[in-house]
Design a protein around this ligand. Sequence first.
Ligand SMILES: [Zn+2]
Length: 60
Amino acid sequence: MDETSEYVCPHCGESIQIVVDASAGSVQDYVEDCPVCCNPNQLRIMFDREGYASIQVEPS
Ligand SMILES: [Zn+2]
């Protein structure tokens, strides 16, 4: 089941929507290039018990 969440890019300030997958683990770290400004962001996605995603983002 796909779910979308969003984060604010620290480089350009745009809100970025991404598809998150809770079945891939309750904490997921990965680097994704911002689709707006193309700078890399280090994302940490955490799921709570209800499967709600929260995202921490740092410039990579
Ligand atoms: Zn950006």
